[in-house]
Ligand binder design. Sequence first.
Ligand code: 13P
Length: 330
Amino acid sequence: MSSSETIATLANAKGKGILAADESFGSIKKRFDNVGVPTTEETRRAYREMLFTTEGLEAYVSGVILFEETLGHKTAKGQPFVEVLRNKGILPGIKVDQGLVPLAEGSLEQTTKGLDGLPARLEGYVKQGATFAKWRAVFLIGEGLPSSALIDVNAANLAAYAKACQNAGLVPIVEPEVLMEGPHSLERAAEVQDEVLKAVFAALKSRRVDLPQMILKPSMVVPGAKATPVSPRDVGEATVASFRKTLPSELPMVAFLSGGQTEDQVNANLSAINQAAALTEEPWRLTFSFGRSLQKTALGLWKGETAHVAAAQKALLASAARASTASLGR
Ligand code: 13P
């Protein structure tokens, strides 16, 4: 599948979003620990089989982001996950960054590794059936943070990654995540979002990344988890105001991360963002690429038991349906 076909499939799928199921070994262990499921290759495989074989998922989901290990996994009956997804018309994608490392010794800030040997890895992922990719960079808000050093290095790395993906025929999802950690206000989150997105798009342009052939995966503009929450309407207006200042109109699609918001919050906010964007007829499709908020209820029901698969799948489908409704501004 060519990049143009991939981006057309993802960007034109109105009412659909992307399921992020690309938790690294460490992240999936944290999620499993929370519900008392032991972490082994087999439990990781069985969990993802539960997610991907959910009947009807394709009504709400046009792509799934996989972790490297999962890209090679099969169902218990031996069908590759890539084939399971493709048979439903869902595109398989792949997380290609290799996680976070300290920006410098003793720094609170973290940057993302994974550029070394990236072109060769991308070639391998394409052979395994991946059609798009994801790279996550994080920005912590604090006293004097994020630093300009972090913003520069993360923007440059996201652009280098995106260019390598396009050279390999993969659609890049560029994920600059402004973290919700801390007591900062909505206004401070908006300021950081503006600064980060400006730097990221400047770096993408200077690398000559083809903007109509990529997807942005940002945070919503929300106050810190330790601050007083604001209304979805405020989040909608702040997020769209930031995008008007920073996003090029050629960008086809924005797919938000959930970032630790509850399912109710994140869906109310996604809906309000779409309502705010409709008022001023913004050009981008604004949808979801949620991990935690789509999976949390399903994982809690599944608990590693075959007997609970049907209940967990029903919950996943319901969560995906709610996110889909929100992506339509309802
Ligand atoms: P959350 O929706 O859980 O933030 O995960 C999305 C994601 O892909 C993070 O990289």
